[in-house]
Design a binder for this molecule. Structure first.
Ligand code: COA
Ligand code: AMP
Length: 630
C-alpha cells in the first residue's frame, strides 16, 4: 500500500480504519465503535471499550512468551551504569509498585504526580499508575518548585512519586528540597510521597508523609491490571500556553493505545523486538509517547538515556548507544544534532562506531533546519525524517510514513498529513489560502484517536484555545504554508510560545516572573534566534520611575528569579533595561516586531504603532548584546 492508499482509506472511512488499527490492542471489552460524537465539539474514541494500558505495555508480552525480551535498557553515561530489564522483570516491578500505591490508598481516577529523572523507575511509576487506573502527571525535572506547585494545585494528586535527585553534567539536582518547597507552596497537599533514593544524593524523609520507594513495597501484595473505560484519562501533561498557568493536556486511554501502536510500524518502521530509542525526557510528550508507551505497547525495547548529546563524555555518545544497543530507529530533537555538529563538524566521532543497525533518524520538537538535516544525512547515511506534532496531539501528525512508504524528502518540511488529519493554512478570517501562502495551520475536527479530548479542569479554556478562532477546526498555534504536493512547512508560532532547545516555553510565564521584581514597572520577553537552541528568551525591563540601582544588578536578579520560579530549563540569561516598550496605540506590546529587530530581519512598520522612535531605542539596547545586526 502507498501512503496515498492509507491516507485515503482513513479519509473515506475513518471508522473502519481505526477499528482495524484497534485490533492490535488487547481489550477487556472491545469497543462497539471507534468514534463518539455525542459531546461534540468534544470528541471521544473507543469510549465504551474496557482496557488497561499497563496490560498492553507489559503483561501481554509476558503472556505471549516474550518475558525474556529486554523491555528497557537504562544507559547512563552520567553515572557510568547500564542495566537491562526484561518484560518479565518489568511486570514484577510494576505490579509491586502498583501494589504499594494501592495499599496506600491510591484508587482508579486518583491523580499521581511523578517528578523524576531519566531512570527506569520513572517508566515504572507511569505504568504502575496505568495498572490501577490512576492518572499520572509527570513534571519535568528542570522545573522549579513554583512550577511544580502550580501543577500540584491543578491536578490535586493523592501521591507524588519522586527521586531524591537528578543528575546534570557536573551538577547534582537536589529534587527533594524542590519537592518540599513545592508542597509548601501548594494549597493542595498530597497524602504521601514515595522517594527513590539515589546514592548520588539521598534525601531526608519527612516521617508520616515521605516513604522510601522500596520499603513501601515490602510485604505488600503485587496488584493486577484494573480495566478502565476507553475514555478514562490515562495522564495529564502540562504544557506551556500564553499565560503562566500551564495547560493540562488530557490523554485518554484507548485512543492513545491504538494510535501510538499504529505509528510504531507505519511511521517509525520498527517491528516487535526491535530496539527503538527516543533521546528525550519522560517529562515531555516525546518521553510519554516514545520512551514509555508506544515502544512497550508495540513490544519493542526502549532506551532510557541519562545523558546529553555532548559532554557525557563526548559528541560520540549517541553513536555509542546506537551501535552498542542495536538501535533501529532513533528519534531526537534537531538541537541535539546542532550541539553535536558544533563539537564534531567533520563527524570524526561518527566514524568510530559501527552504525549499520540504524535505519532511520527522526527529528521533531522544533523546526529542523536544512543544514542540520544534511549534516546528519551525510554522516549517518540513513534517511533523516523531520516530523511535526505537539503535546496536544500526542504523536506525529505531519510526517514521512517510512513504514508505509518513504516519500521524497523536501528540506524544511516535515512532509505530509498523517491519517485523520488534513492541514490547511488559513487567513485571519479562516479562509483557506492558496499553496505556498503563509497562514495559521489548522486541521478539521474531529481530531483522530489519541489526541487531547480536553484540558484538565478547563473545558472552556480548551474550547477557547483550540476550537474558537476557526470554528470547525483545531487551531495548532503554528503558522506555516502548504505546497502543491501537500507538503507542509511549519515556520513559527502564532502565540507567545517559544521553543528553546526543543523545550516549549511560555514568554508570558517569564514576563509574570519579571514583573514581580520590585524595580520592574513593565517588561516583555521575546524569543530571539540562536544557532544552537533555535530560540533563546530575551527580556526587556522598564524600571520604576526613580529607580537608580545599577542595571546590571537588576538584570542578574531577574535572571536568578526566573531560574528560581520557573527553573533552569527556561534558559533565561539575557535581559536589558530600556526606557519604553514599543506598543500599538491601543497599548499592545509589539513583540513580533522586536523579534524581527533582534534577529536583524526586515520588517513592515506596524500601521498601528504608537511611537516608531522606540524601535530605534530597542535596536540600540540589543546591539551590545550581539543582536539587531544587519
Ligand atoms: N533537570 C534539571 N535541570 C535540567 C534538566 C533536568 N531534567 N534538563 C535541563 N536542565 C538544565 C540544564 O542543566 C541547564 O542548566 P544550566 O543553566 O545550569 O546550564 C538548563 O536546564 C538549560 O538546559 P538546556 O536548554 O537543555 O541546555 P543545555 O546547555 O543543558 O543542553 C542541549 C543543550 C542542546 C545539549 C540539550 O538541550 C539537549 O540535549 N537537547 C535535546 C532536546 C530534547 O531532548 N528535547 C525534548 C523534546 S524532543
Ligand atoms: P511540544 O508540545 O513541546 O511538542 O511543542 C510543539 C511545538 O513545537 C509545535 O507546535 C511547533 O511549534 C514545534 N514543533 C514541533 N515539531 C516541529 C517540527 N518538526 N518543525 C517545526 N516546529 C515543530
Amino acid at each position: 500500500m502507498s501512503y496515498k492508499d492509507v491516507y485515503d482509506a482513513c479519509k473515506a472511512d475513518p471508522e473502519a480504519f481505526w477499528m482495524q488499527a484497534a485490533q492490535a490492542i488487547s481489550w477487556v471489552t472491545p469497543p462497539s465503535k471507534a468514534h463518539f460524537a455525542e459531546k461534540a465539539p468534544l470528541y471521544e474514541w473507543f469510549a465504551d471499550a474496557e482496557v488497561n494500558g499497563c496490560y498492553n505495555a507489559v503483561d501481554r508480552h509476558v503472556e505471549a512468551g516474550r518475558g525474556d525480551q529486554v523491555a528497557i535498557i537504562h544507559d547512563s553515561p552520567i553515572t557510568g551504569t547500564k542495566a537491562k530489564i526484561t518484560y518479565a522483570d518489568l511486570k514484577d516491578r510494576v505490579a509491586s509498585l502498583a501494589g504499594a500505591l494501592k495499599a496506600k490508598g491510591v484508587q482508579t481516577g486518583d491523580r499521581v504526580i511523578i517528578y523524576m529523572p531519566m531512570v527506569p523507575e520513572a517508566l515504572m511509576a507511569m505504568l504502575a499508575c496505568s495498572r490501577i487506573g490512576a492518572v499520572h502527571s509527570v513534571v519535568f525535572g528542570g522545573f522549579a518548585s513554583n512550577e511544580l506547585a502550580v501543577r500540584i494545585d491543578d491536578a490535586t494528586p493523592k501521591a507524588i512519586l519522586a527521586a531524591s535527585c537528578g543528575l546534570e553534567p557536573g551538577r547534582v539536582v537536589d529534587y527533594k528540597p524542590l519537592l518540599d518547597g513545592a508542597i509548601d507552596l501548594a494549597k493542595h497537599k498530597p497524602d504521601f510521597t514515595l522517594i527513590l533514593q539515589r546514592e548520588q544524593k539521598p534525601a531526608d524523609l519527612i516521617e508520616g508523609r515521605d516513604f522510601d520507594w522500596h520499603a513501601a513495597q515490602e510485604g505488600v501484595a503485587p496488584t493486577d491490571c484494573v480495566p478502565v473505560k476507553g475514555n478514562h484519562p490515562s495522564y495529564i501533561l502540562y504544557t506551556s500556553g500564553t499565560t503562566g498557568q500551564p495547560k493540562g493536556v488530557v490523554r485518554d486511554t484507548a485512543g492513545h493505545l491504538v494510535a501510538l501502536n499504529w505509528t510504531m510500524k507505519n511511521v517509525y518502521n520498527v517491528d516487535p523486538g526491535d530496539v527503538f530509542w527516543a533521546a528525550s525526557d519522560v517529562g515531555w510528550v516525546v518521553g510519554h509517547s516514545y520512551i514509555t508507551y508506544a515502544p512497550l505497547v508495540h513490544g519493542n525495547t526502549t532506551i532510557v538515556f541519562e545523558g546529553k548529546p555532548v559532554g557525557t563524555p563526548d559528541a560520540g555518545t549517541f553513536w555509542r548507544v546506537i551501535s552498542e544497543h542495536n538501535v533501529r530507529s532513533f528519534f531526537t530533537a534537531p538541537t541535539a544534532f546542532r550541539a553535536i555538529k558544533r563539537e564534531d563538524p567533520d563527524g570524526d566521532f561518527v566514524k568510530k562506531y559501527d552504525l549499520s543497525c540504524l535505519r532511520v533518524l527522526y527529528l521533531a520538537g522544533e523546526r529542523a533546519d536544512p543544514e542540520t538535516i544534511k549534516w546528519a544525512e551525510r554522516h549517518l547515511n540513513v534517511p533523516v525524517i523531520d516530523h511535526w506534532w505537539q503535546t496536544e496531539l500526542g504523536y506525529p501528525a505531519i510526517a514521512n510514513p517510512v513504514g508505509v512508504e518513504l516519500l521524497k524528502v523536501k528540506y524544511g518540511s516535515p512532509a505530509v498529513a498523517m491519517p485523520g488529519y488534513e492541514f490547511f493554512a488559513v487567513d485571519e478570517a479562516g479562509h483557506r489560502l492558496p499553496p505556498n501562502t503563509l497562514g495559521a495551520i489548522v486541521t478539521p475536527l474531529p481530531l483522530p484517536p489519541g489526541t487531547l479530548p480536553t484540558l484538565w479542569n478547563a473545558e472552556a479554556r480548551f474550547k477557547k484555545s483550540y476550537l474558537t478562532t476557526f470554528p470547525g477546526y483545531y487551531e495548532t498555534g503554528d503558522a506555516g504554508m502548504i505546497d502543491e504536493d501537500g507538503y507542509i512547512y511549519i515556520m513559527a508560532r502564532t502565540d507567545d510560545v517559544i521553543n528553546v532547545a526543543g523545550h516549549r516555553l511560555s514568554t508570558g510565564a517569564m514576563e509574570e516572573v519579571l514583573a514581580a521584581h520590585p524595580d520592574v514597572a513593565e517588561c516583555a520577553v521575546i524569543g530571539v534566534s540562536d544557532d544552537l537552541k533555535g530560540q533563546l528568551p530575551l527580556g526587556f525591563l522598564c524600571l520604576n520611575r526613580g529607580c537608580n540601582r545599577p542595571h546590571a544588578d537588576i538584570v542578574s536578579e531577574t535572571v536568578k528569579l526566573v531560574r528560581e520560579k520557573i527553573g533552569p530549563v527556561a534558559a533565561f540569561k539575557l535581559a536589558t533595561v530600556v526606557d519604553r516598550l514599543p506598543k500599538t496605540r491601543s497599548g499592545k506590546i509589539l513583540r513580533a516586531t522586536m523579534v524581527k529587530i533582534a534577529d536583524g530581519e526586515d520588517f513592515k512598520m506596524p500601521a498601528t504603532i504608537d511611537d516608531p522612535a522606540i524601535l530605534d531605542e530597542i535596536r540600540e539596547a540589543l546591539k551590545p548584546m550581539g543582536y539587531a545586526k544587519g
